[in-house]
Design a protein around this ligand. Structure first.
Ligand code: A3P
Length: 307
C-alpha cells in the first residue's frame, strides 16, 4: 500500500513500516552489499527524536582527541554534514564502495528499523538508539514537515497530520514499532551491542549519558579527562543553546537539498521536553498515551506520561 504522506512524497508500506523509496532501496543495498566492521557505530532514530543532538554528541566523544574545543568541526559545521546518512549515502552511490573506503571507526546515522538490517550487522556493529515521547515527536515533526509540503498543495491541517501519525503513517512509522524493535534488541541481543536511550533522560542528565555512550563505544573517559572536565565541555558544545546559536546553524538559510526547503536552522526548534502541552488537545494527548501503553505493554518500555 502507498500513502501520500505528509508532504506528497509517496511512502510505501514495507515489512510493517511506512518508508520513503530511498529507505527501501537503501535497506536492500545494505543487505546485499554492506560489509560490517566491529568498529562500526550506527546511530538509529525515528525522525525528530534527537538525531542531530546524538550525531553531535557521538561525533564529539569519538573524536575528542583529534580537535580542540575552540576549533571543533561542530562550531562551523551542522551535525547533519559531519555524519553520513547511511541509507541515503548508499542509495545515492548505488553501491557501498564509498562506505567501504571510509576509515574505521565508521560512524553512520540511519532511520531504518532494526528488523531491516542484516543479521551480520546485528552481531557485528554497535547500535545507539534514541527514542522520544511520541507526543513531542509529533509536534516536532509537524513543525518540520509542513515546511516540506510543496506550495502548490493545500497545507495539511494539524488534525489530518495527527490522524496519520497516530495510525503510524509517517516517515519510518509507526514510531511505536520502530522503538520496540530496538528496545527488544537492546534487551535480548547476546552481543549487548544496542544502547537504548530516551531523549527525556539524556536531556535531564546529559553528562551521565555522555559517559555511558563513551563506555558503550569502547572509549571511556580517563581519570585525567574527568579532571580536565572534558565531559562537561562536550555537553556544552553539543547543547541546544550552543549549537542553535552558532552562525552555521542560525544564519545558513539556503536549502540543504535543492528539492527540499529545509535549511540548517530547521533542525533546531525548541529542544525541550513537553512542548506537546502547547499544541495537543487533552483528547489527542490521551490517544497517543493510550497507543504507547497498549503497544509497549509487557515489553518493559514506557514513557513518563503526564497530563
Ligand atoms: P523540537 O522540534 O521539539 O524542538 P532530529 O534531530 O531527530 O530531527 O530531532 C529534532 C529535534 O531535536 C527538535 O526538537 C530539535 O529542536 C531538537 N534538538 C536539536 N538539537 C538539539 C540539542 N542539541 N539538544 C536537544 N535537542 C535538540
Amino acid at each position: 500500500p502507498k500513502d501520500k504522506g505528509w508532504w506528497n512524497e509517496n511512502l510505501a508500506q514495507y515489512q510493517g513500516f511506512w518508508l520513503p523509496s530511498l529507505a527501501v532501496l537503501g535497506a536492500l543495498l545494505i543487505n546485499d552489499h554492506f560489509k560490517p566492521r566491529p568498529t562500526d557505530i550506527i546511530l538509529s532514530t525515528s525522525p525528530k527524536c534527537g538525531t542531530t543532538w546524538l550525531r553531535a554528541l557521538i561525533f564529539a566523544i569519538i573524536n575528542r582527541n583529534s580537535y580542540d574545543f575552540e576549533h571543533h568541526p561542530l562550531v562551523t559545521t551542522n551535525p547533519q554534514d559531519l555524519v553520513p546518512f547511511f541509507e541515503g549515502y548508499i542509495r545515492r552511490n548505488g553501491s557501498c564502495s564509498l562506505l567501504d573506503s571510509l576509515p574505521s571507526p565508521r560512524f553512520l546515522s540511519t532511520h531504518l528499523p532494526y528488523s531491516l538490517f542484516p543479521k551480520s550487522m546485528a552481531s557485528t556493529c554497535r547500535f545507539v538508539y534514541i527514542c522520544r515521547d511520541p507526543k513531542d515527536v509529533f509536534v516536532s515533526k509537524w513543525h518540520f514537515m509542513k515546511k516540506l509540503r510543496p506550495k502548490e498543495l493545500a497545507p495539511i491541517s494539524f488534525d489530518e497530520a495527527f490522524e496519520l501519525f497516530s495510525r503510524g503513517v509517517s516517515h519510518y512509522g509507526p514510531i511505536w514499532d520502530h522503538a520496540l524493535g530496538y528496545w527488544k534488541a537492546s534487551r535480548e541481543s547476546p552481543d549487548q551491542n544496542v544502547l537504548f536511550l530516551k531523549y527525556e533522560d539524556v536531556k535531564k542528565e546529559t553528562s551521565v549519558y555522555v559517559r555511558k555512550l563513551a563506555e558503550f563505544l569502547g572509549v571511556p573517559f580517563s581519570a585525567e579527562e574527568e579532571k580536565e572536565g572534558i565531559v562537561e565541555r562536550i555537553v556544552r558544545l553539543c547543547s541546544f543553546e550552543n549549537l542553535s546559536n552558532l552562525e552555521v546553524n542560525k544564519t545558513a538559510k539556503e536549502p540543504r537539498i535543492k528539492t527540499r526547503p529545509v535549511s540548517n536552522p530547521d533542525y533546531f526548534r525548541k529542544g525541550q521536553v513537553g512542548d506537546w502541552m502547547n499544541h495537543l488537545t487533552l483528547e489527542m494527548s490521551r490517544l497517543l498515551d493510550q497507543i504507547s501503553k497498549d503497544r509497549f505493554q509487557g515489553s518493559g518500555l514506557s514513557f513518563d506520561l503526564q497530563e
